[in-house]
Design a binder for this molecule. Structure first.
Ligand code: PMP
Length: 463
């Protein structure tokens, strides 16, 4: 076995350009602006052109190296171009690439691997189904299955939730800015508050609350005057990603399942981002042992970035027959081989324990920073899904997105990349590859601390 350090290009950042973006990056960004559609988004906030990447280090076309605390939106969980996973990929590519939904050894191994990662007492109750290659495809399929099973149309989603950009997935996504100009997406979708304890919709405190957020669902389902037709399902992320890496109160998921089931409503957990060991568990809902009826998966399941998505669902929910949800690209063989390779890697290197160790280290470091920076309102996270929420004032909790934007730019100049999210664009989201070493984590924290001091000293940011 190798050391995890050997799966990275290096263990620290290296900035060689006078400024980021460097000269060649600028040229490619300019060309992109000219010839690629205006929907390009990530380079608008992280303006670099990438040459290659290994592990948690990305090298741009100017030779600058960045520590990647973004992991391509939580995809490359076992690191960019993980060599041991790529061996599986190469073997598969020479053997078979596309096979529609015919059974293959590779696919059956992937399904078995997925099921074997569920709690032993429950795994026999579940099946796996593959859909189109994106997370949005999985969400579309999950809702379709729930509607077919129940014969109902309405769905309950949650504030702060993100589920994708296709029609139904977008309608389930809470950020209205994404759909302001689009009418007639999926109908009959209703939003209720998520367990976002830092900004509790019910004015409660985490330590003393009676989980009013979960009880709200109960009220809705029991009250014929709630204005919501009995739903086919509720859909939520067990840990919200784009919403600001929000970990719900312990017990919330279990409560929701209990309430929904008491009313014959199906529960869908969207594990597209928080799944595949990101939380330290195979699925984030497993930290509560709370398995729902349908689970969506994608992102990390493609091993090193190969597209794949699908559903893990209870056999009791089966409600469609052959061809009811067909599609050309379902369960691509190379993606499946990469999934198997990544699963083996995670087992071999005990990445679950590693995630917990790195998580503790980063959370401790970040909490220590709260002593020096009053603008950090909350540090939260589970595994390597960590949110740092910035506010202008800890009492009023007024969001401070300007500070976060400046932090992102300062960190980029020093070689640390991350995504920003949250209800008010005021949350720094750490979502690194799960294989970061202590040295890489420390280097990232060094850059973060330095950038924080510079940003704190900058009197031009509006408060
Ligand atoms: N669900 C969740 C929780 C996600 O985070 C995302 C992507 N960020 C999606 C669904 C949509 O996945 P995709 O972008 O692959 O369609």
């Amino acid at each position: 076995m190798k050391r995890l350090a050997e799966f990275h290009l290096s263990e620290q950042a290296r900035i060689v350009s006078d400024q980021i973006p460097g000269k060649r990056s600028k040229e490619l960004l300019r060309l992109q602006e000219e010839i690629e559609g205006a929907v390009v988004s990530y380079p608008k906030s992280i303006p670099i052109a990438i040459s290659h990447a290994k592990g948690a280090i990305i090298e741009d076309v100017d030779g600058n190296r960045f520590i990647d605390f973004f992991a391509c939106a939580g995809v490359v969980n076992v690191g960019h171009c993980n060599e041991e996973v790529l061996e599986e990929v190469t073997r598969q590519q020479k053997q078979l690439i596309h096979a529609l939904d015919f059974p293959t050894e590779t696919k059956m191994t992937a399904i078995t691997n997925i099921l074997n990662n569920l709690p032993a007492s429950q795994r026999d109750e579940f099946k796996v189904s593959f859909g189109g290659p994106t997370g949005s495809d999985a969400v579309e399929a999950a809702i379709k299955l729930a509607k077919l099973k129940t014969g109902r149309e309405s769905v309950i989603a949650f504030t702060g939730g993100y589920h994708g950009m296709t029609s139904t997935a977008l309608a389930l996504t809470s950020n209205t800015a994404f759909r302001d100009r689009l009418q007639n997406l999926a109908a009959n979708i209703h939003f209720i508050p998520y367990s976002y304890c830092y900004r509790c919709s019910f004015g409660q405190h985490k330590e003393t609350c009676k989980m009013e957020c979960a009880r709200y669902l109960k009220n809705i389902l029991e009250d014929s005057h709630a204005g919501i037709p009995k739903p086919a399902a509720i859909i939520l992320e067990p840990i919200q990603g784009e919403g600001g890496n929000i970990v719900p109160k312990e017990g919330y998921l279990t409560q929701l399942i209990r309430i929904a089931h008491a009313h014959g409503v199906l529960v869908i957990f969207d594990e597209v981002q928080c799944g595949f060991f990101r939380s330290g568990e195979f699925l984030a809902c497993m930290r509560e042992d709370a398995l729902p009826d349908i689970i969506t998966f994608s992102k990390g399941f493609g091993g090193v970035g190969f597209p794949i998505s699908g559903l893990i669902y209870r056999k009791s929910v089966e409600a469609w027959g052959p061809g009811a949800h067909i599609g050309t690209f379902r369960g691509n063989q190379v993606s499946l081989a990469a999934c198997n390779g990544a699963m083996d890697f995670i087992r071999r290197y005990d990445i679950k324990s590693h995630v917990k160790e790195m998580s503790t280290y980063l959370l401790n470091e970040l909490e220590a920073l709260m002593l020096d920076c009053d603008y950090i309102g909350e540090v939260r996270g589970e595994g390597l899904m960590i949110g740092i929420e910035f506010v202008k004032d800890r009492d009023t909790k007024e969001p401070y997105p300007e500070f976060v934007k400046q932090m992102r730019d300062e960190c980029l100049q020093r070689g640390l990349i991350f995504e920003v999210g949250g209800h008010f664009d005021n949350v720094i989201r750490f979502v690194p590859p799960l294989i970061i070493t202590k040295k890489i984590a420390a280097a990232a924290m060094g850059i973060f601390r330095q950038s924080l001091n510079v940003t704190l000293a900058d009197t031009t940011i509006a408060t």
